[in-house]
Design a protein around this ligand. Structure first.
Ligand code: NAP
Length: 246
């Protein structure tokens, strides 16, 4: 029987997560689709992956809660016996200026965007170390590098992911586990759809290529970074932003 790689993509019910899941499926990788609220969206992702011909499993869970993450990993090990690839993609924004930001808004964004990666990477790294193979990709953001007014909480979470990526890359390199971060610029998804036209037009002026990115752009980069062609890349933050961060 063919022994395919197994990938967990968190927050795969739409947007960038769905594009990553379907792109990895097209590389013949079995996909665990995590979502928190949008079952219908997760089922659509599953349909698209299964059409390609890989095995899939949908696992609900709030990635910001350690008990949910523990259960998800128990299920993955029961069903697939391993995890080879972990994509920490689940993320939220609760924007506002620091002077009026409630502690709750800071905490919730940190829990979903950053603590989630602490919980998942800890469990995944143990399994991957035993198997002497692992690829971990953390979806950070240009905002984690440059900061952004109104996003103190979000930028802290995304900068935190970068620090964790580099540290874990050093800890795990000898066990054939590669850990990298991706820093997207402006990608057209529900997350950016809610921004005003005024903000979108201002951002467009800052993007040298002159247009917004698509979720598939991120899917393609993830697919490369987990492939054998990227074996010598670890601890890196790869910007994918149409030149916005130049
Ligand atoms: P999106 O369209 O809003 O999708 C977010 C995904 O995360 C959904 O599948 C959502 O699932 C899931 N999610 C949210 N909270 C969750 C939780 N507590 N547990 C598990 N899943 C959860 O966002 P996106 O634009 O695709 O963003 C994906 C990632 O890319 C995020 O980490 C984001 O910060 C990052 N990013 C995006 C951009 C951009 O321009 N779009 C730029 C830089 C970085 P449910 O609806 O089921 O909860």
């Amino acid at each position: 029987m063919e022994n395919r790689r197994v990938a967990l993509v968190t927050g795969a019910s739409r947007g960038i997560g769905r594009a990553i899941a379907t792109r990895l499926a097209s590389s013949n990788i079995d996909i665990v689709i995590n979502y928190n609220k949008d079952l219908e969206g997760a089922e659509e992702t599953q349909k698209q992956c299964e059409k390609i011909g890989v095995k899939t499993r949908i696992l609900q869970g709030d990635m910001g809660k350690e008990e949910d993450v523990n259960l998800i990993f128990e299920n993955i090990v029961d069903e697939f016996g391993k995890i080879d690839i972990l994509i920490n993609n689940a993320g939220i924004t609760i924007d506002g200026l620091l002077i009026s930001m409630k502690e709750e808004a800071f905490r919730e964004v940190l829990e979903v965007n950053l603590f989630s990666a602490f919980y998942t990477m800890k469990l995944a790294a143990r399994i991957m170390a035993k198997n002497r193979f692992g690829r971990i990709i953390n979806i950070s953001s240009i905002v984690g590098i440059r900061g952004n007014a109104g996003q103190v909480n979000y930028s802290a979470s995304k900068a935190g992911l970068i620090g964790m990526t580099k540290s874990l890359a050093k800890e795990m390199a000898k066990r054939n586990i590669r850990v990298n971060a991706i820093a997207p610029g402006f990608i057209e998804t529900d997350m950016t759809h809610k921004l005003s036209n005024n903000i979108k037009n201002k951002m467009l002026e800052e993007i040298p290529v002159g247009y917004f990115g698509k979720p598939e752009d991120i899917g393609n980069l993830v697919n490369f970074l987990v492939s054998e062609e990227a074996n010598y890349i670890t601890g890196q933050v790869i910007s994918i932003d149409g030149g916005m961060n130049i």
